[in-house]
Design a protein around this ligand. Structure first.
Ligand SMILES: Nc1ncnc2c1ncn2[C@@H]1O[C@H](COP(=O)(O)OP(=O)(O)OP(=O)(O)O)[C@@H](O)[C@H]1O
Ligand SMILES: [Mg+2]
Length: 658
């Protein structure tokens, strides 16, 4: 007897064959005497073995292929997402916290991986089993098949309803877990702050609240899962009862009417296939929700993936490259507001010229826009109006990566990466001008990390360095030299592993002043034509600051240096001092010129001298410092003007290091 009778083999996927072979076996049992049963079933059992082996192979192939596909897809999305994030301009991150980016990436990728891998294959296989099972069932015993179709909605309702509740409670548990994780990680990062403010018990209370919520939501989830499983078995057993009842009725009718088209095997096939098919469909029904969530997650990531950056610092094709940079800078009619606060204007038609090769200092009260000026120069943001020129070229016409390679920045928050001191200083060489190819290669091929590992072992850095290539040696020597210029060599050499010592998370293993020295070394090592120092020495003591100031003067020779400062002592030797207030340049000139002019700058000098003392003058000055509008009043009230030039009408008395 041929399996399936007249049914074309091509429409029947392999899964349904197993049911058909059961039919043959059962039919054999009824057709043959006990003595002949062994021989009659032998062939059918063999068929079943072949189908089992084929199933194993096909399942293995499709599950492994879909799993590999899911992993490859997720890897590609992760790479593209990170690349796309790193391309975005800084304004994008003002409204998109870095923590949010990483948690969004991780959770969305997990969802996509869950929704793509083997589940797609299982879903397709189950659907094909389902279709084939119903085709066979309707061909064999249409009446029985028609009745058993009724169990499908029950299965689907149980499956989708149950999964909806389970998903709801899982999401709540995940949300509380995420809040807990963020509290724990923030607390661990700020242990000192928590001790200082005695905030431990408050944190414990917050954690306990989350624990309670997690317990409640987990209990609800467990109840939903239990109800779902109970219903599954309830429907399955009820269906069995219905199927056997209807099947036996069909058989009885067939025997009574002497029709030969229904036998035990056919009835069993239909029952076996349809119960299996319905069960399988109910099992994969929740996958539809998972696929839906995966599509939503992918749409979310696509928003960032497909966003084109307004200022792309990674592109090497767009914009001009200049052969040599003199460093003359001009800001004309500048208006600017940050994307996160578009209604607040930082500059109102600011005009400023910064001469090439000179040291220009920018001063002004906090919030006057000094750092914003630096950010605009590096094209971290673009002005809303006005133009910025570098050597007569508009900044927007230059390649962004090239522009940034020409500027060495020391920013006020001195961010250090969690790696060795050598790695941090060498970071300044990435995208640095004038680096030869083999030196550039050492920054990316892991040679420096290997060297650091060896130096953290038993070999001193010098000894480990001797077996390295000359390119690595040149890079390391450059870093050591930069550290010396930045006054960092002394404290580095006192560390057990010297340059191979780790700086810790965000440089937490060092003091503020030491971090500033390392950040300065990182900028110095770049050897860029423009040096941009934003509060570069604010955390140093006056002795350290003086020595760094002298070192910077040496490094700054022949370069355009822009020093943004609060401490006026830092800019005694500046060629050009710019005073910013209320989004405008209110004064510009040499220190001498500004003091003679007797304007805002000359008023700031005695104020700074006095704020370090406890005299009544100092108190008066402190209250005057609250606004530059009050400076004039404060200046008149101060008796000692100790920063005036020798030829001014009132000779200065130098009382402090300013
Ligand atoms: N990323 C940002 N998004 C929105 N507003 C910002 C952003 N950065 C700075 N600002 C605002 O721009 C103004 C100028 O800030 P900026 O940092 O340039 O001042 P600053 O002169 O460097 O001050 P300080 O001397 O305190 O460093 C401030 O009012 C500040 O609140
Ligand atoms: Mg600033």
């Amino acid at each position: 007897m041929m399996p399936y009778g007249k049914t074309p083999k091509s429409v029947l996927p392999r899964y349904s064959r197993m049911g058909a072979y059961f039919r043959l076996l059962i039919s054999c049992a009824s057709e043959y005497e006990a003595s002949k049963l062994g021989n009659a079933t032998k062939q059918k059992v063999l068929y079943m073995v072949y189908v089992t082996i084929a199933s194993w192979c096909f399942i293995y192939i499709h599950v492994s292929c879909w799993t590999m596909f899911g992993e490859r897809l997720v890897r590609r999305i992760r790479e593209n997402y990170l690349r796309s994030l790193l391309r975005q301009e800084l304004g994008f991150f003002d409204e998109f916290a870095s923590g949010q980016a990483s948690s969004e990436l991780t959770s969305n990728l997990d969802i996509i991986q869950t929704g793509t891998s083997e589940k797609v294959g299982i879903c397709l296989a189950s659907l094909s089993y389902f279709v084939a099972a119903y085709v066979v069932a309707f061909m064999k015993v249409p009446q029985l098949a028609g009745i058993l179709v009724s169990l499908l909605p029950a299965y689907l309702m149980m499956s989708l309803g149950g999964s909806w509740f389970i998903k709801l409670y899982t999401a709540r548990v995940t949300k509380h877990l995420a809040s807990m994780t963020s509290i724990v990680s923030e607390s661990l990062n700020k242990v000192a702050l928590i001790h200082a403010f005695g905030a431990a018990s408050q944190l414990e209370r917050k954690l306990a609240e989350h624990f309670t919520s997690i317990k409640e939501e987990s209990n609800k989830k467990a109840i939903a899962a239990a109800v779902q499983l109970g219903l599954l078995y309830f429907i399955a057993y009820s269906t069995n009862a219905l199927a056997y009842w209807q099947g036996s009725k069909t058989l009885a009718h067939s025997v009574a009417s002497a029709e030969s088209n229904t036998n035990v095997g056919a009835v069993y096939t239909v029952i076996f296939l349809l119960i299996n098919a319905s069960y399988l469909i109910s099992q994969v029904a929740p996958f539809l929700q998972i696929f839906g969530t995966a599509t939503a997650a992918s749409d979310k990531l696509n928003e960032t993936l497909e966003r084109s950056s307004r200022i792309d610092g990674t592109d090497l094709t767009d914009g001009k490259f200049l052969n040599a940079i003199q460093g003359s800078i001009e800001f004309t009619d500048l208006n600017c507001s940050y994307p996160s606060r578009p209604s607040i204007t930082i500059f109102q038609g600011l005009n400023l010229k910064i001469p090439a090769g000179k040291n220009t200092a920018i001063v002004g009260r906090s919030g006057s826009g000094k750092s914003t000026l630096a950010a605009l120069l590096m094209r971290l943001y673009d002005p809303t109006q006005g133009t910025i020129y570098l050597d007569g070229h508009t900044l927007k016409s230059l390649n962004v990566k090239h522009l940034r390679s020409c500027i060495a920045l020391v920013s006020p928050d001195t961010p250090l990466l969690n790696r060795s001191i050598l790695g941090n200083i060498a970071h300044g060489l990435i995208n640095a001008p004038g680096l030869v190819d083999d030196e550039r290669l050492t920054l990316t091929d892991g040679s420096l990390s290997r060297l650091v590992l060896r130096a953290q072992g038993r070999q001193p850095l010098e000894q480990a360095l001797s077996s390295e290539t000359t390119a690595v040696q040149r890079v390391v020597r450059r870093c050591i030299q930069a550290a010396e210029v930045a006054g960092a060599l002394d404290f580095i050499m006192k560390l057990k592993h010297g340059f191979a010592s780790s700086t810790g998370q965000a440089g937490e293993l060092f003091s503020g002043g030491q971090k500033q020295r390392l950040a300065l070394a990182r900028a110095v090592v770049r050897n860029a034509p423009i040096l941009l120092l934003d509060e570069a020495t604010s955390a140093l003591d006056s002795v350290g600051e003086r020595s760094i100031r002298e070192a910077i003067q040496q490094v700054a020779k022949g370069r355009t240096t822009i020093s943004i400062v609060h401490r006026l002592s830092t800019i005694k030797t500046a060629d050009n001092i710019v005073v910013l207030d209320k989004g405008k340049v209110v004064e510009q000139g040499t220190r001498h010129e500004l003091i003679v002019a007797g304007g805002t700058y000359s008023a700031m000098v005695p104020l700074q001298n006095m704020t370090s003392g406890d005299s009544p003058d100092a108190d008066r000055a402190r209250s005057g410092m609250q606004s530059l509008d009050n400076i004039d009043v404060a200046r008149k009230s101060s008796e000692k003007v100790d920063d005036a030039p020798a030829d001014s009408k009132q000779p200065p008395k130098v009382s402090a290091d300013h």
